[in-house]
Structure formats: C-alpha cells, structure tokens
Design a protein. Structure first.
Length: 384
C-alpha cells in the first residue's frame, strides 16, 4: 500500500507556453500573445487544493516547474504555487524546487524573484553550443546569450543544470566531443544529454517524412556519440546516474529520481500526467491538453480528464521500465512485492551471460552496454 514511499512524493506543474515552437519538440507547448497570469495562478492553486484531501499526511520532496517555458512565468505566479503547496503539505528539509528556463527568457531580476519565491534549482534548455545548430533547432538564443544566461543563473542558484542535444544534422563525433568538453568546462554539476529523436507530428517529423531532413548521423555514429558521452562525463566527475543524465555525486535531480524510482507525483497543468497511490491503489492521471480547456475546467471543477487504476502487472512493468534506466537499477524484492511474481530468472541469466545486465544482492541493473540498448533489454525482461 505504501510502495510509493520507496520513491517519494513530488509535485509537477506544467506551464504550457513558449515564445516559439521548436521543430523537434513534441511536448505540450503553445505560443500565445496574451496570458492572464493571475488567472493561471488561481487555477493551479484550485487544483492543488482539490487534490489535497486525497493526499493528506504526506511530506513533499520536490516541486518541478516544466513546460513549455516556465521562465515565462511571473515570479509572483511561481511564489503563489509554492506557497499553496506549503499550506497543504509539509516540505522535506531538503526539498528541491526546480524550474526550467530558456536563455531567451532569462533576466537577472526575474531569476532573483524565483529564488526569493523558493526555487533552488534551475534547469536550462541550452541544447547546443553552436550558433548554426541553434538556428537549425529553432532556438531563439545564440551561444553568447546562453553563456550569459548560465552566468546569471549561477549567480542566483547553487544548483544549475542544462540540456544539450547530440546526433544533430551534420554533427560528427569530433564535433560532439569538443562541444561536450566546452560544456563541462563551465561550472556545471548536472547535465541532461539527449540524442535527437525525430517524432511524428513535429516539424522535423514532417520534414523527415518528405526526405528533407538530411545529414543526420547514422545509428552507428549516434551510438559512438553516446559511448563518448559516458567516457567524457566520467572523466570530468559527472558519471551517468540515468541513461541521459549525468551529475556530480549529490547533484542528481531529485524530482526525476521520484519518476525513475517509481514514487508518486501529482501532475497539474495542461497535459500533465501523474502517478498517485490512493487507498492502497496506484492510479495514472491525465489532464486536458489544450491550455484553454484545462484552464476553464480547473476553474469550474477539475482539469483532470482521467484516472486509471493500474493493475499489479502494469505497475511492475512501469517500475521495471523506470528503474532499469538508472545506474543503480531496481530492487528485485520490491518488483516481486508489486507484481506478485519473481523476475524472469532464465531471461536474466541469458542477458547476464551476454553482458547486458548484472545482479548484485537484490539489485538488478543494466550494464553500460545494456543501457545503450535498453529498449531491447526491456523487451526481453517484460515479454510474457
């Protein structure tokens, strides 16, 4: 009934607005000229208060403002949300409150406002340290602006992370090595490093389908970039703790660890998902995707559109898929408690024989080689 306590409890706030839609992005983000921030702050508050009775008696470990571009939020909006959360739940002594930011929306005064509101970690969407590639990715900033924004963030916050995308058009392994070295030369303690994926329904997806997205690295070249990423980050003291995330020891994203350790999180805002344990049952929650529909519903009744009770099989599969992303792996005893069955011993033995996974005590984890092809490993572990 209390399995979620193994991962913790977090609050995710989705801010759906951006200055422009990036061509690779399949997140629920929208461009609009007018935003009534007072109205939005009230709607977030109403949704948290609605959820409070079902989630009483919990300690809140993390808050994450994602998007979209949350650094377009007024600091007063952020402060209102944090204050409401504090009214409802006691905060853990080391609560992590993160906010995603784009370099184009960074102002020293605004960042100081976020800090004063209670934000203590910034995650910055830099994406590339090459001006030509930033233009191809549809970003509105250049490298100089990104570096300046990073400096502003560093002056306000002890914890700053930033994202980079690799396997971009025309990018070579040498290019990526140089760019990653440049990123690591900055005063950084956390990096999220994602391979460019072409998603259906995005501008890049449409171009790719028409044969107009040329010069993408081959799968083999992208795999070489992934392996180089592990080597370079290890050498700089930022080992991987998850497939795409690297940190100095102690600087890991605690909010994302709630996802990967299969804790509970309340998702509020357009398109936000959640996982909540209520009355001993775990539920998957969803919300309205369109900002206007969510806002109107949150003001009237609730922005939640569905709440699906997960079976033990579904929960154990989710725990497997999340936990195996982590270098620490998953707890085999916990898997058995969730699923009511043991891990597939024969398949584990076969995967261990070929160096894809390893077992230490009650921990099952993917090796470096296994994490590079994790989807294939998971297919073997999850097949009936």
């Amino acid at each position: 009934m209390d399995d979620w306590r193994n991962g913790g409890f977090g609050l995710y706030i989705h801010w759906p607005f951006c200055q422009a839609k990036c061509p690779y992005c399949d997140f629920n983000s929208h461009v609009t000229a007018q935003i009534d921030q007072t109205r939005w702050a009230a709607a977030y508050r109403a949704e948290m208060l609605r959820a409070a009775p079902e989630l009483s008696g919990r300690v809140l470990n993390t808050i994450f403002f994602g998007g979209g571009t949350p650094s377009l939020m007024h600091p007063d909006t952020v402060a209102s949300i944090i204050e409401t959360a504090r009214e409802i739940w006691p905060f853990s002594n080391d609560i992590e409150i993160s906010l995603e930011a784009n370099p184009t929306s960074v102002e020293a005064g605004r960042f100081a406002g976020y800090r004063d509101a209670g934000v203590n970690r910034i995650s910055m969407g830099i994406q590339a340290l090459n001006d030509d590639d930033l233009r191809r990715l549809g970003r509105l900033h250049n490298v100089a602006e990104a570096q300046k924004a990073f400096d502003v963030a560093r002056n306000c916050f002890d914890r700053v992370s930033f994202d980079l995308i690799y396997a971009r058009q025309g990018q070579t392994l040498t290019d990526w090595r140089q760019e990653l070295d440049q990123a690591l030369s900055m005063a950084i303690d956390h990096l999220s490093l994602y391979q460019l994926t072409i998603e259906e329904g995005t501008a890049f997806g449409d171009r790719y389908a028409k044969g107009k997205l040329r010069d993408l690295p081959s799968d083999d070249n992208a795999a070489e970039m992934y392996l180089a990423t592990q080597e370079i980050c290890d050498n700089h003291g930022l080992p991987a703790y998850e497939i795409s995330n690297h940190a100095r020891p102690g600087a890991e994203s605690r909010h994302n660890l709630i996802y990967w350790r299969y804790g509970d999180y309340l998702g509020i805002g357009p398109g936000a998902h959640g996982r909540l344990t209520i009355g001993g049952q775990r539920y998957a929650t969803e919300t309205y995707l369109q900002p206007g529909a969510w806002l109107n519903a949150a003001e009237r009744t609730t922005g939640e559109t569905s709440r699906t009770q997960l079976t033990s099989e579904e929960s154990s599969a989710e725990y497997m898929m999340m936990g195996m992303r982590l270098v620490e792996g998953l707890d085999s005893d916990r898997f058995q408690e969730i699923s009511g069955r043991s891990l597939p011993a024969e398949r584990i033995s076969d995967l261990a024989d070929i160096g894809m996974i390893e077992i230490s005590g009650n921990r099952l984890r993917a090796t470096d080689s296994g994490r590079a092809v994790l989807n294939a490993v998971l297919r073997e572990l999850l097949v009936e």
